[in-house]
Design a protein. Structure first.
Ligand SMILES: [Zn+2]
Length: 54
């Protein structure tokens, strides 16, 4: 099976140069931002779970 490669960044729509970036769909900078957002969402989620269990 062929791996899906992205030509452009999913976040800023810039052209992706490296194979690594093409595989994940984000440029180096946007990938870091994406991970940060993911972490923030996860921590918000665990906070809401904690407050719901009261
Ligand atoms: Zn980008």
């Amino acid at each position: 099976m062929k791996k899906l490669l992205y030509n452009r960044c999913l976040r800023c729509n810039r052209k992706l140069k490296s194979l690594k970036a093409q595989q994940r769909g984000y440029g180096e900078h946007c990938w870091k931002e994406h991970l940060k957002e993911k972490q923030e969402k996860n921590s918000l989620f665990s906070i809401s779970v904690l407050s719901n269990s009261k």
